[in-house]
Design a protein around this ligand. Structure first.
Ligand SMILES: [Zn+2]
Length: 93
């Protein structure tokens, strides 16, 4: 009788480990790595961090840029080379 009880206890423990142990690992894996860089961009005009999917966006020279406001987008459209050169310099630092 005692053997069966401890077996059940072990099975229960194993079940809990599978449920919470592996589940926790999967959650960590999902949030880790490059997720952050994919969901955020930098406004090349005012250097503000922008959440992609929000604000204004424009494709230029086969790349996509995000802007915090319409006025930043207008400034970029007026002189895209000026802002791209500035942001490229900053990345090299
Ligand atoms: Zn801006």
């Amino acid at each position: 009788m005692e053997g069966l009880l401890s077996l059940l206890l072990l099975a229960g423990l194993f079940y809990l480990m599978m449920r919470f142990g592996c589940g926790a690992h999967m959650v960590h894996g999902h949030h880790g790595g490059h997720a952050e860089s994919e969901s955020s961009a930098k406004d090349p005009v005012c250097a503000m961090p922008i959440e992609t999917g929000k604000g204004y966006t424009k494709a230029y020279a086969s790349k996509r840029y995000w802007f915090c406001s319409r006025s930043c987008l207008d400034k970029f459209e007026a002189e895209p080379q000026k802002y791209l050169a500035a942001s490229a310099k900053e990345e090299m630092k």
